[in-house]
Design a protein around this ligand. Structure first.
Ligand code: ADP
Ligand code: MG
Length: 238
């Protein structure tokens, strides 16, 4: 695992500035949630940490390393998206192994990692199935399995539960937290759902129109919101 340091980071698309000098410090092993309304810049910030979007100003560090110019493949991170497209023609095991194969890892190591990840996520009996033979929750677990197999220093999640029904969403929140307690991998998790943020985060970062309104532990924000925006956002039902 590693810390992630976001210093005065800006982003413009053409002449439109969408992130205005954001500062966030994320400790080793911390589970941090970026929360805020649609369009406030959560995905853009996450994509800049992943290296999928170049940054217009400022600095991002992963561990000791400034990664501004480091391509995504060379950053030690794994990302789980909302539309976690699995490869339909590959089994669960092959889906999980794929990124390791791309990196030319030895076969024995790939097998060991896949079976360890399958054990952690309860996928042992599903390894030979194809994605179409899985439920929504099982597919989501495979998507997480792909990330775990890489054993990255940082996990990035972008609204990973928003395509699931309400019951499954609650169950997966618990599973993701248990996973984090077990692996202790530094995690940056994006959601627009304040209940998800309040129940899962070590630290919440409330964003609004490309700035950070407030940052702190869930109860701290709940008890002492810095302004009306935070009070309204955290206090209102999802
Ligand atoms: P969120 O994830 O919080 O919903 P985004 O990070 O997706 O917000 O978007 C933040 C802002 O940046 C929005 O106004 C969005 O329209 C704009 N934006 C995102 N990606 C692009 C892009 N590739 N080109 C132009 N504008 C973009
Ligand atoms: Mg988004």
């Amino acid at each position: 695992m590693a810390s992630v340091e976001i210093r005065d980071v800006r982003k413009a698309f053409g002449s439109t500035q969408v992130i205005h000098g954001v500062n966030i410090g994320i400790n080793d092993g911390e589970f941090v949630i970026l929360v805020g309304p649609s369009g406030c810049g959560k995905s853009t910030l996450l994509r800049m940490i992943a290296g999928l979007e170049n940054i217009s100003g400022g600095e991002i560090r992963i561990g000791e390393r400034v990664v501004n110019d480091v391509p995504p493949k060379e950053r030690d991170i794994a990302m789980v998206f909302q539309n976690y497209a699995l490869y339909p023609h590959m089994t669960v095991a092959d889906n999980m192994a794929f990124s390791m194969k791309l990196r030319n890892a030895p076969k024995s190591e790939i097998q060991a990692r896949v079976s360890k990840a399958a054990g952690i996520l309860g996928l042992e009996k599903l390894l030979d199935r194809y994605p179409r033979q899985l439920s929504g929750g099982q597919r989501q677990r495979v998507a997480m399995g792909r990330a775990i197999v890489r054993d990255p220093q940082v996990f990035l999640f972008d609204e990973p539960l928003s395509n699931l029904d309400a019951k499954l969403r609650v169950q997966m929140r618990t599973e993701i937290k248990e996973l984090h307690q077990r692996l202790k991998t530094t995690t940056v998790y994006v959601t627009h759902d304040q209940i998800e943020a309040m129940t899962m985060a070590d630290k919440i970062v409330v964003m609004h129109d490309g700035i950070v309104e407030q940052m702190g532990a869930p109860l701290e924000l709940y008890d002492r919101p810095a302004n009306l925006f935070v009070a309204g956002f955290i206090g209102s039902p999802a």
